[in-house]
Design a protein. Structure first.
Length: 91
């Protein structure tokens, strides 16, 4: 057991849909006798799984990783400018 009586932990989120797709989602859930949340979770899981093998998405991910890696390096650099570090930080 997981300490919650067997229930899975979830994160509440707000999903805003235009009326037409919202109604289609509701109809799918009704026909399958499932909750709208369950159908939406399945759709999100399928999208995330599809992205794992999507070359375009993988390229975007690599691009973002490189950009954020550089930003982190700059933020962590507490030596000031590169010239300051070479001079031992003294003026």
């Amino acid at each position: 057991m997981d300490g919650t009586g067997g229930a899975r932990a979830t994160k509440d989120m707000v999903l805003r849909l235009d009326p037409a797709p919202a109604e289609k989602l509701r109809l799918v859930a009704e026909v399958e006798r499932r909750s709208v949340s369950d159908v939406a979770r399945e759709a999100v899981a399928a999208l995330v799984e599809q992205r794992r093998s999507d070359r375009r998405f993988q390229a975007l991910l690599e691009e973002n990783l490189a950009r954020y890696s550089e930003a982190l390096r700059l933020l962590r650099d507490d030596t000031g400018t590169p010239g300051d570090a070479a001079a031992g930080g003294a003026a």
